[in-house]
Design a protein around this ligand. Structure first.
Ligand SMILES: [Zn+2]
Length: 81
């Protein structure tokens, strides 16, 4: 199993893992991250949001949808020409 990806602290470049998150809706989560470098100690709040659908689900939820990615739209237009 792959390790979850971690972001980098914008101050010291250390590991900046998400410590907790709260689902605001199926597309948007509020996240809190904290630098693991004890000399830095930077903490921040931000958002994690799904933006585009790259590949459709095999088990689609009729109450959830995302717009197709601009790349998929462009590819579909090229195929129609
Ligand atoms: Zn840091």
């Amino acid at each position: 199993m792959n390790r979850p990806s971690r972001s980098k602290c914008p101050h010291c470049g250390g590991s900046f893992p998400i410590r907790n998150s709260l689902e605001l809706n199926p597309v948007l989560r509020r996240v809190h991250a904290q630098c693991t470098n004890t000399e830095c100690g930077f903490t921040a709040q931000g958002f994690f949001q799904w933006e585009f659908e790259l590949s459709p689900s095999g088990l689609p939820n009729p109450e959830f949808s995302l717009p197709p990615s601009p790349h998929r739209i462009k590819s579909a237009q090229v195929k129609c020409v």
